[in-house]
Ligand binder design. Structure first.
Ligand code: PFF
Ligand code: NA
Length: 459
């Protein structure tokens, strides 16, 4: 049958040895860095949050990143077909195939709400350029956010534009679309981030920001903060979802797994830190509250932009950065599912991408209505006690760690010593450290994050 098809042709290997790095960084750097990290750090006491986050990235995130890339490169197939291939060649339980399915479902669900939120950045780019928020007071800025959230047509329009743009890039193919897109997007993002940082240094309160992010108060370290930090480290590295596995399937056999994983983690963390510093410098400079929650980027920051000289231009540039970073992450959510549909059903790439994106777009309407008609009263509230968006977010909070846990266990216990050393090609001691981490440390840590969702499910 079709399952036994040969692995993808070399046509589907990245053009350059370093392209996987570019693609993985593109996937990792996104709303998680620019939107989620700063507000979570703000809500959970800055330095204490950062410490747990960094520890998890290095002790759990990097080993799983290596494991997930390894599964992709070793199977040279999309996550679902790749896991099927690996369970067959290892004569092991088909239950491991759930890694591929979990990833596909999570990718589909995350894309549905990621696109709605990224769409807000389209609105704010326009709002900044229009100059309507210059010298606006807090009430007016908050009101403009409320107006956006109250309008299903507007939210759906931005959602459609964003998801359509992502689909276009992936639809053009691995080389013509994804590679070319990333080659333009990523350097542009770097330049814009530097501009925002330079501006924040000049007119913001960088000392207060650094103090807030780097001063560690043990008392701030609540259990909830620990768990949030660990969950965030998974989301930010795009782990446990098949995105990294799908990109890993195209990775050159010569590229170093360990070196690449470290670089991805370091760049992703650096971007979160630079974004956090810049955002808090602007927020403190304008005398605003850092613990604003999800509204930090869409209410507090525009307020700060409105008060500063040249703030409209800087604000527009900042929201373009958010958009570009979200776009390069969204394409990594489409690729694993699209690649599966192409491999399994012989669909053309545009057909596969359309199928995935149209379904995810429709699911996204649940998120659209979560901010207005279904904000406090819906069938979801009756069933789960929360809005559809909150249900979807909770679902991914469960699936991502679960996927990461299974990936760590599979790479740690099922792959043979020979396969792993062929992929890793690091010294024996590094190998031993990695294996210890994926066999025991990562599963234990992830189980801990996972357990967090139980009281949440119980509401
Ligand atoms: N890592 C992305 C971010 O930080 O915004 C989000 C993400 C992208 C998660 C792709 C998962 C994924 F597969
Ligand atoms: Na990230």
């Amino acid at each position: 049958g079709r399952e036994r098809r040969e692995p993808m042709s070399t046509n589907n290997v990245w053009t350059h040895k370093g392209t996987f790095l570019l693609a993985a960084v593109g996937s990792a750097v996104g709303l998680g860095n620019l939107w989620r990290f700063p507000y979570l750090a703000g809500e959970n006491g800055g330095g204490a949050f950062l410490l747990v986050y960094a520890l998890t990235i290095f002790a759990v995130g990097i080993p799983i990143l290596i494991a997930e890339t390894m599964l992709g490169r070793n199977s040279r197939r999309s996550p679902i077909m790749g896991m099927r291939f690996l369970t067959r060649t290892h004569h092991t339980s088909r239950a491991w195939e759930s890694i591929g399915w979990l990833g596909a479902v999570s990718a589909f669900v995350i894309l549905s709400f990621y696109s709605v939120i990224a769409g807000w950045a389209i609105h704010y780019t326009g709002l900044m350029l229009s100059g309507r928020l210059i010298d606006a007071d807090a009430e007016r800025v908050a009101a403009s956010f409320d107006v956006l959230l109250a309008s299903p047509p507007l939210l759906a329009l931005y959602h459609s534009l964003f998801i359509g743009a992502s689909a276009l890039i992936v639809g053009l193919g691995v080389h013509r679309g994804i590679e070319n897109g990333l080659r333009i997007l990523m350097p542009a993002l770097f330049v814009i981030l530097m501009v925002v940082l330079a501006y924040a240094v000049m007119i913001g309160d960088m000392a207060a920001a650094a103090d807030f992010l780097f001063t560690f108060h043990l008392a701030d370290l609540s259990l909830e903060g620990w768990l949030e930090a660990m969950g965030q480290s998974f989301f930010t590295l795009s782990l446990g979802m098949g995105a990294i596995m799908a990109y890993g399937a195209y990775m050159s056999g010569d590229a170093s797994l360990t070196g690449t994983a470290f670089t991805v983690a370091i760049v992703d963390t650096a971007v979160a830190l630079v974004a956090g510093l810049a955002i808090f410098a602007l927020v403190f400079g304008a005398g605003l509250d850092p613990a604003e929650g999800p509204g930090l980027m869409f209410v507090t920051l525009p307020l700060a932009f409105g008060e500063m000289p040249g703030g409209t231009l800087l604000g527009a540039v900042f929201f373009l950065l958010v958009l570009g970073a979200a776009l390069s992450s969204a394409i990594s959510l489409i690729e694993p599912v699209a690649a599966y549909l192409v491999e399994r059903f012989d669909l053309s790439r545009p057909q596969a991408v359309s199928a995935m994106v149209v379904a995810s777009w429709a699911l996204g309407l649940l998120t659209v209505f979560s901010f207005n008609a279904w904000a406090s009263d819906s069938p979801f509230h009756e069933l789960f006690g929360r809005s559809p968006f909150a249900v979807l977010e909770l679902l991914t909070n469960i699936f991502m760690p679960l996927g990461g846990l299974l990936i760590a266990l599979f790479a740690g216990w099922v792959l043979t010593h020979g396969e792993v050393t062929k992929e890793m090609r690091t010294g024996a001691s590094w190998f031993r450290v990695w294996r210890l981490l994926v066999r025991f440390v990562a599963p234990a840590a992830v189980a801990f994050v996972f357990l967090r969702s139980i009281p949440q499910v119980q509401g």
